[in-house]
Ligand binder design. Sequence first.
Ligand SMILES: O=C(O)CCC(=O)C(=O)O
Ligand SMILES: [Fe+2]
Length: 271
Amino acid sequence: MKNFEYVNSLLRSKKNSEQDLIECIKHNSCLIIDDVFSDEELKDLLELFDRDYENYYYCWRPVPAQFQTVNFDVLVTSPELDLYVRHPSILKIVKTLLSPSICVSDIFLCYLKSGSFFCQQNWHRDCEHGTNHPLRLKYLQAIIYLSDVNNKTPCFSISPESVTAPLPDKEDIGIPVPPPQSFINVHGHAGTVIFFNPAVLHTATVYPSNEDRKTIHIYYGMGDMPYSLWNDSIIPPRFWRDHPDLEVRVFYKNINQRTRLFSDAFHATKS
Ligand SMILES: O=C(O)CCC(=O)C(=O)O
Ligand SMILES: [Fe+2]
């Protein structure tokens, strides 16, 4: 396992040119930025998270075997999160790496509570590699740490991969695989944003500790994609149908079947 200093020196540069960002993803499939949010924005995000967890507990569900509790419907329960999903600094990076034309796929809040008596991981990939994309991206995922993450807390771990690495013959999606030979545990203070290719092996790592971790997870896709990655997040029509700004409607237009199901159902109750 490569250590924390490796991450610090290789991936955390304050003065990132577009080319630096591209090179970093090209060689590591992962990029860590820790100066995206102002103090006020971070405070606002944390309050949003805590308020959502307290007020909408019935929308949060456990993810078995990972100590995670997640809310996939956060744009319904806390629509103000939209401002952070479309935060200009984040979108600039996503557009540089993924495509000038982007959309959102899935979004969730995740509360990872400690409680394991041993180190626990669940290595997996969330999608296939984008073999036609210069950085092998089909989606780009952003994980925002809302609490400090260190070797006493649960963390995100990834097995960095270069775009020249051979691809596996068969990419099992969402299925647990054996731990890779090398990986990094991503530590960082609250406000750290990790951008990574979700086709690359990654996991949450849980330690026997009393510390919890709060995160926001956002999958960005390319604008012309006909579907979203999962059928998890409901995107309310206020974004993809009723928003006054065409650019926002386009950004959220890639609605999944679950969103369609609920939209149809609520329309039906009106008539
Ligand atoms: O919670 C984590 O650290 C990783 C979760 C995960 O696999 C994901 O967001 O795709
Ligand atoms: Fe994942």
